[in-house]
Design a protein around this ligand. Structure first.
Ligand SMILES: [Zn+2]
Ligand SMILES: [Zn+2]
Length: 287
């Protein structure tokens, strides 16, 4: 069953607080991928606190070069290496040279084991990638259309591969249940101002993890000039992307707690599920 586990290791931005550390999200999927999204300072220790070894990570995807998102990366890469892991880092192209000089294995996307990850350009003050994760969950077959086909053919069709049976080619599209959604998507924005490029490039997602540096006490124009979003901007993005789950993170240290974010999100009518997690909160999402 497509199930995601998300642990929000750091939900602050720029300036940390003792209970709101710098951006890092741990994501584990039902296929065994273990991914960290951004690596704020101390990310490896917070990972260890939830009993995940840095060596067991499949990859780390960093959104941009601002210190609050990358200071934890060198330690994470070194520890993984000492423990025999081989950590791949996804980063915007402009960061590749610097990371390679640090001996990091770096790429701008990933494809393997039914998961594809790609960069979606977002609107920040430096070159920045939102990361789109797309899982291929295969086709659900319409049983009335596959009667008589052998089991091996059904397995291939579910995986999206056409088959040839008795001289006839059958494609998954012709025998699939049209109501079934083949792909599941999660987008993590990192830092961004409202960014129409995002929904033009992506169209829809199931889960949107969007920055909401500010609540309703800051002039949105100021937030946007700084390359950031308010809660209302994040909710707008979730609507444009038809997300059913919205998570708000990267909350400025100016807020003593997140109640203002929560109240504001409700006031601007979020998608069915909206969360403003604290550090170490975990979320299980059935996709
Ligand atoms: Zn930031
Ligand atoms: Zn930034």
């Amino acid at each position: 069953m497509p199930l995601l586990k998300l642990v929000f290791l750091g939900t602050g931005g720029a300036v940390p607080k003792s209970d709101r550390t710098l951006p890092a999200i741990y994501l584990e999927d039902w296929l065994g991928h273990r991914i960290m999204l951004d690596a704020g300072e101390g990310a490896q220790y917070r990972l260890m606190q939830i009993d995940v070894s840095p060596a067991s990570l499949t990859l780390v995807a960093v959104t941009h070069s601002h210190e609050d998102h990358v200071l934890g990366l060198p330690g994470l890469v070194l520890t993984s290496r000492f423990l025999g892991g081989r950590l791949m880092v996804l980063a915007p192209r402009s960061m590749h040279d610097v990371l390679r000089r640090l001996g990091v294995e770096v790429a701008d996307g990933y494809e393997g084991n039914r998961l594809r990850i790609r960069c979606v350009e977002v609107c920040h003050t430096v070159d920045a990638c939102g990361w789109l994760l797309e899982w291929d969950v295969g086709y659900k077959l319409d049983l009335s259309k596959v009667a008589g086909l052998p089991k091996w053919a059904l397995t291939s069709l579910i995986r999206g591969e056409p088959v040839e049976v008795g001289g006839r080619v059958v494609t998954p599209e012709e025998v699939a249940d049209p109501a079934h959604k083949r792909f599941r998507r999660l987008l993590y924005t990192g830092d961004t101002a409202p960014c129409p490029n995002m929904w033009r490039a992506v169209e829809w997602v199931d889960v949107l993890i969007h920055e909401a540096t500010f609540a309703d006490d800051v002039d949105p124009r100021q937030a946007h000039e700084e390359g950031h979003s308010t809660v209302a901007d994040a909710v707008e993005a979730a609507k444009a992307l038809k997300a059913s789950v919205l998570v708000l993170t990267h909350v400025s240290a100016r807020y003593p707690d997140k109640e203002r974010h929560r109240a504001y999100a409700q006031a601007v009518k979020p998608p069915p599920h909206v969360y403003v997690p604290e550090d170490f909160d975990a979320l299980l999402v059935k996709l």
